[in-house]
Every structure is written in C-alpha cells, then in structure tokens.
Design a protein around this ligand. Structure first.
Ligand code: ZN
Length: 132
C-alpha cells in the first residue's frame, strides 16, 4: 500500500510540475497499474462515503447536476482524461453519465462537489496548451 501511496504522490508532484508551466501535455495519459487504479478507486469510494475530498481533504457539498444519456464523448485534445480527473480533481464534474439509454425519467442526480476540485479543473483549463 505504501508503494501505491508513493506513486500517487509522485503523480501529484508530476501534475504540479505541469501546472507551473512545463511543456508536457496535460492530456497525456498517465500510466497506472491495475493496483494503482484500484487504490484510486478505493480512495474515491471512501470520499463519497465520508463527504471529504480524497485529494484536497475538504468537505464537499451536495449538488443536483444533469444526467447525460447516450454515448459519452471522449475528452477533446485540450480536455483532461478520466484518469487525470480521478487523480487531480475527481469531484469537479458538473454532470453524471446516465448510460446509453434512459431507463427512468430522471434528469438530475445528487453528487458531491469539491470547490478545490473545481478550482483545480479551472486552473487546468486555463493553462492547457490549446495549440496541441
Ligand atoms: Zn477536491
């Protein structure tokens, strides 16, 4: 477990280097092993139970967000990948994926939003190199 924590910290430091202005691509996929991915998912699951963001250690607030149905589009060239989101701003998404076909009439879902994740996402989008 300590090895996973060290690699997770490495990725956070790696992201900080990106944010301060290296020329590396923000959208580049980060290589994660299955165990690292499991560790990230377990931390995320725990955060959803406690209401405390696993990345920023702050209380999250409940918000009602729209449910998007249909095939999800992948991230654009200037948008963060799902892995990147899970590592650095996992609670910033202002919608949820509802699957390919609506099976209920529900159009909104309650989710936990972290203001620090929102700030990190905004910072990412401000500094991403849009010429790539
Ligand atoms: Zn957060």
């Amino acid at each position: 477990m300590r090895d996973h924590t060290l690699r997770f910290v490495f990725y956070q430091v790696f992201a900080c280097c990106l944010i301060v202005g290296t020329t590396l691509s923000y959208g580049a996929p980060l290589p994660l092993t299955d165990r690292e991915w499991l560790f990230i998912c377990q931390r995320n699951s725990q955060a959803l139970k406690t209401g405390i963001c696993e990345v920023h250690s702050v209380a999250m607030k409940k918000m009602s967000v729209p449910i998007r149905y249909g095939l999800p589009a992948g991230p654009g060239p200037c948008e963060p990948t799902y892995v990147y989101r899970m590592l650095f701003f996992p609670h910033a998404e202002m919608f949820v994926e509802g699957g390919g076909v609506p099976i209920t009439n529900r159009t909104t879902e309650e989710v936990l939003i972290c203001n620090k994740c929102k700030d990190a996402e905004k910072n990412y989008l401000l500094h991403v190199d849009k010429t790539e």
